[in-house]
Design a protein around this ligand. Structure first.
Ligand code: G16
Ligand code: MG
Length: 218
């Protein structure tokens, strides 16, 4: 099969998940809510607006539209202060080597992220040019677990949806991949990502050969 490989950004390529958590934690405090790491799992892969709606829901808080926009803007500004300090060292172990190997074998590579900051982050850590297609929070209308982001990525790669493999660290993202019957590879903990076809702690444990075998079986 001519496979298309689709990578989530936050938590798969770069370790920005911890920065989102810190910035959301601060935002949540403003409405008197202590955001835990466990609840934060529910925010991974979820858009900025949807994330804030979830936090306000957990807090039992209602805010004006103006306050809502202010909170989202402040959260992003906070988040970007962390992003600005990122370097190539913040690329997660093994993922760049994996992408380069896949590229050398001719597989097209896409980014499928909910983040509106995706291009900025990829340029910042110096791997923007590795991608044949970038689909991010600026180009989708339906958030994960809707598969729209991955379906558009498949179209841009010119690969049938059924031949695509998705690498994801979030429950919502794995669900999105499963919803469109792509092979879903979870990066992170088995407990959180039990719906994924396969779960690995990080890319140092994944071989391209394994992915090819699994994708060709599916
Ligand atoms: C990411 C993160 C989410 C974040 C979302 C929107 O998605 O996992 O926590 O809320 O992007 O990010 P931004 O505020 O930068 O637009 P992904 O899909 O790359 O994991
Ligand atoms: Mg993610």
């Amino acid at each position: 099969k001519n496979l298309g490989l689709i990578f989530d950004l936050d938590g798969v390529i770069v370790d920005t998940a911890k920065f989102h958590f810190l910035a959301w934690k601060k935002a949540a405090k403003e409405v008197g809510f202590e955001l835990t790491e466990e609840l934060n799992e529910k925010l991974k892969g979820v858009s900025r607006v949807d994330s804030l709606n979830k936090i306000l829901g957990w807090a039992g808080a209602t805010v004006s539209e103006e306050k809502f926009n202010e909170m989202a803007t402040n959260k992003n500004a906070d988040y970007l202060t962390y992003v600005d300090k990122m370097t190539a060292d913040d690329i997660l172990p093994g993922v760049e080597a994996f992408i380069r190997k896949a590229k050398s074998k001719g597989y097209p590579i896409a980014l499928g992220s909910a983040s509106k900051n995706a291009p900025k982050i990829l340029k910042h850590v110096g791997i923007y040019d590795l991608f044949d297609a970038i689909v991010d929070g600026n180009s989708v209308s339906k958030a994960k677990p809707d598969p729209e982001v991955f379906v558009i990525a498949a179209q841009k790669l010119n690969v049938p949806v059924a031949n695509c493999v998705v690498f994801e660290d979030s429950e919502a993202g794995v669900e999105a991949a499963n919803n469109t019957h792509m092979l879903s590879i979870g990066l992170g903990s088995e407990d959180v990502l039990s719906e994924a076809d396969h779960v690995f702690p990080d890319f140092t444990k994944i071989t391209l050969e394994f992915i090819e075998q699994q994708a060709n079986k599916k």
